[in-house]
Structure formats: C-alpha cells, structure tokens
Design a protein around this ligand. Structure first.
Ligand code: XIL
Length: 302
C-alpha cells in the first residue's frame, strides 16, 4: 500500500488518527486525514464535558461533525471516552456516591445510545489505574462510588450499543514488567472469567525519552491478546526526531504486527503542530504536512 490505511488493510488492520473539530476547515489537514487514515477518534469532542456540559443537556454538534465526516468518507470511528476521571463537566466533578454512579451510568447509556450503530469501538473507561508501583485503582470520584464502577460502565455500554467493541484504555501499560500493566491485565482476566462484557484493550502509547517504547512491547500486547480481547494502539505519539524517532515508531508497529489480535493503530493527531505535545514533534507529518522519516518507517513496517 502507498498510504497508511492501505498498508494496514493488507493484513486486515486499520490505521487511525485523532481529529479536532476546530481544525476541520484546514484543507491540508483534512486532505492528509482523508488520504492516510480510515479510523477516526475525536480528540476532545466526545468526552464527558463536551457531550453533557449541563446535566441532562447534551451537545452533539462537535462530535457529530467528526463522526459524520468520518462515516461520509468511508471511515470508522473510535468513540472516546464514555467514563473518565478527567475532562468531566463541572457539575459532575462535584458529585459523589450513588448519585454520581447514577449520573455516570446515565451518561454512558445516553451517549452510547445516541451513537449506536456508528461506533467501531468505544473507550468505555479511560485511565482508571494509578501510576507507580501500587497496581491500585486511581483515586477519583468515580472510583469512590465503588470498585465495581468499571464493570457497571461496561454493562451499560453493552446494553446501549450491542454492536460496538468495548475497550478499556490507558497509558503506561506498555511495559509488561510494570505494576500498572499487570493490574489492568488482572482486571481484564477477571472480567473475562466473570462474563463482564469487554472486547478490547487500548494502549494509548504516549512515549518520550523518559518513557521510551519498551523492547518487549510485543510481549505485553500478546499477553493481553491471550486473554481473548483485541488490542489496539490508540493514541500513539513518540517525542523526538529523525532516525531515532523513526526507529521507535518502527518498533511499535513491529510489535503490533507480530500479534494477530493487535487489530489497529491510531496516532494522536495529524501534523506535529496539531499535537497536544507539539513541542515534542511526536507525529508522522511535520508542520508543513510533509512526511517525516517516522512516516516512511511506519509505511515500510505495516
Ligand atoms: C488530550 C487532548 O489531546 C488535548 O487536546 C486535551 O487538552 C487533553 O486531552 N489520554 C487521553 C486523551 O485519553 O484523551 C488525551 O487527549 C491525551 C491523554
């Protein structure tokens, strides 16, 4: 294939990017997005604060702009994200206990129902585990409603959209020799053994010099896949430049391609200048829309 999406499709995989609604009038940006990618994630527009700014008052416009463009152009959509401790609307941030639990589940149900039939995979729960060596859940208002909040969210999502794949998504779960990775793995194993509906694990894959691509990345991906879930690289970006950045991108793709159930890769933005970490120039296209060394390494590896 001569584009990322065509090359990925040769092995039945997808190749995706995150899109920001605010950039959709940039012709160069949209041309690259349309040519290279066939899986679209809304960078911010389908998060809890964007979807339900006031309680019971949903704002679908920006999410729809991205979803409609994707579907009209023959692409699929990763829904991101139904339940998360971050980017909650103000009204939810101050809630707790059973009323928060009810509001969270209602949000999951309403958003998943609204987009039913349009979503390939939902990030049902995002970033629920703590960093560091504890292997514990992250403390958050959602966690404080009870340890079963994650499975409750997955059950609500399945009921609302039975066709969508339901994913757990997190960062720093790339190293197999890391407590957070093992803890997420144990949760997924537990869900599978008890019939809690979960179909996929998303590895965000935000890398930089202090957090490089692990050399045994394929081991982590395989170990998740062995639980009977698909694995997707969901928010890939790698700070750096030139050959060393290109080789790290190559390593991520080598790892995914070596595992049959690693079904797709998404980068977290189009050009370096579009990135949430723009100063780290972490993406495949430079600020002028030019293909970087990392792009060529990825295309070669797919
Ligand atoms: C980031 C967006 O890229 C930024 O525009 C926003 O200000 C903050 O969120 N993990 C996630 C993504 O799951 O939703 C985050 O996206 C990056 C880290």
């Amino acid at each position: 294939g001569s584009t990322l999406q065509d090359a990925a499709a040769e092995t039945g995989r997808y190749y995706g990017t995150a899109i920001a609604a605010s950039r959709m009038n940039d012709q160069q940006y949209m041309n690259i997005a349309n040519t290279e990618f066939n899986m679209i994630t809304a960078e911010n527009e389908m998060k809890m604060d964007a979807m339900q700014p006031q309680r019971g008052n949903f704002n679908w416009a920006s999410g729809d702009r991205i979803v409609d463009w994707a579907l009209q152009n023959g692409k699929q959509v990763r829904g991101h994200a139904l339940a998360w401790h971050s980017q909650q609307p103000g009204w939810m941030q101050s809630m707790e206990g059973s009323s928060l639990r009810t509001a969270m589940l209602d949000h999951v149900t309403q958003v998943a129902t609204y987009y039913r039939g349009k979503i390939h995979s939902w990030d049902v729960v995002n970033e629920a585990f703590a960093d560091g060596s504890s292997g514990a859940r992250r403390d958050s208002n959602l966690q404080r409603t009870g340890n079963d909040w994650i499975e409750a969210a997955f059950r609500a999502a399945r009921a609302a959209d039975p066709q969508a794949k339901l994913c757990y998504n997190d960062y720093n779960i790339d190293n197999w020799n890391h407590a957070k990775t093992r803890a997420v793995h144990a949760m997924v194993a537990d869900f599978k053994s008890r019939g809690v509906p979960i179909d996929c694990v998303g590895l965000q894959a935000h890398f930089n010099s202090g957090n490089p691509v692990p050399s045994d990345y394929h081991v982590t991906i395989q170990n998740f896949a062995d639980l009977g879930v698909d694995v997707q690289i969901t928010e890939l970006d790698i700070e750096g430049s030139g050959t060393s950045q290109a080789e790290q991108f190559r390593g991520v793709h080598q790892a995914c391609m070596s595992v049959a159930r690693c079904t797709g890769i998404s980068v977290w933005g189009v050009r370096d200048t579009d990135s949430w970490r723009a100063q780290g120039t972490p993406l495949l296209f430079d600020g002028n829309g030019g293909k970087k060394a990392a792009y060529h390494a990825v295309l070669e590896q797919l």
